[in-house]
Design a protein around this ligand. Structure first.
Ligand SMILES: NC(=O)c1ccc[n+]([C@@H]2O[C@H](COP(=O)([O-])OP(=O)(O)OC[C@H]3O[C@@H](n4cnc5c(N)ncnc54)[C@H](OP(=O)(O)O)[C@@H]3O)[C@@H](O)[C@H]2O)c1
Length: 246
């Protein structure tokens, strides 16, 4: 506890699910935490109030990741409010599963805009404020390395793009003392992929530990990467999937 005292973090898509768990954990470690949200202002406010009630500092900013200007503005608001920016967690993401013939171009564009373009815009804006010790943590997915069932192609492609950006940025930003990593969850129990949802029955049997992960478990890996102990880890693709891909 306290590994992020004095640091400032921005978590995109922090109103629910994995992002909310990451925001709470980074705050628990002492960071002031800003979160973005698009459609869930009440949930975003609950995350902020929870952090404040525990003695931390937090801010929620509405910023649809598909809107690059809104994302840039969220970075600026974070720096204005908390004075600096040390950690960016690119977590906001959407998933649509559909057969090739059924996924519209508009939906293709939305997946790319939120999962890839928004992540690019956030990182580009954030690194302007980061110095030695900065951390970019992308939330990718195991699906970038293997599509386990039909209908995942475009989602998987967005997460493959995240993996590629991680590699390139690790090289670009390493000389500035900024690390860039790709955390790749397997099935995690959230609104996107509920442990009692339609995908669960097929997935559980393939997970070595035979259960879904929890947002808090992903948040632990993010806290490690964000903290001083993670300083020599960069350009890494870290699976946290209960052995789904073992
Ligand atoms: N759950 C899994 O099994 C799993 C596995 C591998 C990877 N992931 C990845 O983990 C990340 C989080 O997933 P999750 O399971 O926590 O999903 P979730 O439960 O659906 O939550 C998604 C979060 O992202 C936000 N968000 C969605 N669209 C947004 C947009 N256009 N702009 C800004 N924020 C947006 C949501 O906020 P609002 O409600 O306010 O829009 C919410 O806070 C995603 O990148 C996902 O691809 C999830």
């Amino acid at each position: 506890m306290g590994t992020l005292k004095g640091k400032v973090a921005l978590v995109t898509g922090g109103s629910r699910g994995i992002g909310a768990a990451i925001a709470r954990r980074l705050a628990h470690e002492g960071a002031a935490v800003a979160i973005t949200y698009a459609a869930s202002p009440v949930k975003a406010a609950e995350v902020v109030h929870g952090i404040e009630a525990a003695g931390g500092r937090a801010l929620a900013v509405r910023a649809d990741s598909a809107d690059a200007e809104a994302v840039r503005s969220a970075v600026v608001q974070t720096v204005k409010t908390f004075g600096r920016l040390d950690v960016l967690v690119n977590n906001a993401g959407v998933a649509t599963l559909a057969a090739l013939e059924e996924l519209s171009l508009a939906e293709f564009d939305r997946l790319m805009a939120v999962n890839v373009r928004g992540l690019f815009a956030a990182t580009q804006a954030a690194v302007r404020h980061m110095g030695e010790g900065g951390r970019i943590i992308n939330i990718g997915s195991t699906s970038s390395d293997g599509a386990l069932f039909p209908g995942m192609a475009v989602y998987a492609a967005t997460k493959a793009a995240v993996a590629g950006l991680t590699r390139g940025w690790a090289r670009d930003l390493g000389p500035r003392g900024i690390t860039v990593n790709n955390v790749q969850p397997g099935p995690v129990d959230t609104d996107m992929n509920p442990a009692d949802g339609p995908l669960a029955a097929g997935l559980k049997g393939q997970i070595a530990v035979q259960r879904y992960g929890q947002g808090d478990e992903v948040a632990s890996m993010v806290a490690y990467l964000a903290g001083p102990e993670g300083a020599f880890v960069t350009g890494a693709h870290l699976k946290i999937d209960g052995g789904l891909t073992a």
